[in-house]
Design a protein around this ligand. Structure first.
Ligand code: FAD
Length: 265
């Protein structure tokens, strides 16, 4: 398979850097072709601003979604963004790797999403009608491909368990897994999470590395998180409410959007 790994850590000698090398080595040993976008090393511009839309008239008001759609349709997005879009179309599997910072991804990676996921490419795709609300959440430009996260946390695994003070890791990562990866069509694999890493010793590292190698060996066969498809009949359109009678009656929030027993976690 073809794999794109988008790496968001400022220090190549970090734990994340070492885990990235483990992942790449295992993927290549399995015969996969790997490309890496190293955001800090490449000096990725993380903010969306006028410079992203060179064709926009200086006096025109900047409306980011509209400007993005016009530039995408005209092939006028900046070269760095077009190069990343080409990599996404090339890859069978997308891996986003980052340390958990403030319950989320580092800003540079969020900025990669904001800029690369153009209107017409990752959103604003497909028909909007009374029976179909855009090609998204299981459909879209990147449908048929797989994606997963590699994440490290300072917090302990217990801190991210069902009753842990941080909230369940599935909930924290839902905005990325569901809102960023599933949205444009990816089948999203359960994340690889290495917990309590700030005090990692050699044994802790080797154990995490072995688990990561195993996840890289099973990329093609690991069942995806069973998110519900937006246009598959589970949701009313256009209100996009889950139909009554579906889901555990006691469930609220993110868990409602899982279809049955799942591999989320
Ligand atoms: P590093 O600092 O590079 O390394 C961590 C440890 O691994 C070091 O002790 C290092 O010696 C050791 N190590 C063992 N083997 C190796 C090897 N082969 N190579 C390299 N290092 C090795 N945590 C949370 O849980 N929730 C949060 O919301 C959160 N927010 C944060 C916000 C910010 C701004 C910051 C800076 C940190 C935050 N953290 C949070 C903690 C953060 O998630 C961890 O510090 C991070 O995941 C550690 O990854 P690293 O690659 O930076 O590790």
């Amino acid at each position: 398979m073809k794999i794109l790994l988008v790496f968001a850590h400022p220090e190549p000698r970090s734990l994340n850097g070492a885990l990235r090398d483990v992942a790449i080595q295992e993927l290549e040993a399995q015969g996969h072709e790997v490309r890496v976008t190293d955001l800090y090393a490449e000096g990725w511009k993380s903010e969306v601003d006028r410079a992203d839309f060179p064709a926009l008239a200086p006096e025109a008001r900047l409306r980011p979604a509209a400007a993005s759609g016009e530039a995408f349709a005209a092939g006028a997005l900046t070269a760095d963004v077009r190069a990343e879009q080409e990599k996404l179309l090339w890859a069978d599997v997308l891996i986003l790797q980052f340390p958990l910072w403030w319950y989320s991804m580092p800003a540079i990676l969020k900025g990669w999403v904001d800029r690369v996921y153009a209107y017409g490419f990752a959103y604003g795709v497909g028909e909007h009608s009374d029976s179909h609300w855009g090609d998204r959440f299981g459909e879209g430009t990147l449908a048929g491909k797989r994606a997963m996260l590699i994440v490290t946390t300072g917090g302990w695994e217990e801190h991210y368990a069902t009753r842990g003070v941080n909230g369940p890791i599935e909930d924290l990562l839902f905005p990325i897994n569901h809102g960023i990866l599933y949205y444009p069509g990816y089948d999203v694999l359960p994340p690889f999470v290495a917990y309590r890493v700030d005090r990692f010793d050699a044994a802790g590292f080797e154990s995490a590395a072995e688990h990561l190698r195993e996840r890289m060996r099973t990329l093609a066969t690991t069942p995806p998180i069973p998110y519900r498809r937006q246009n598959g009949g589970d949701y009313l359109i256009p209100s996009l409410q889950l139909r009554s009678g579906l889901g555990d009656p006691g469930a609220t929030g993110f868990a409602l959007h899982l279809n049955g027993e799942g591999a989320a976690g």
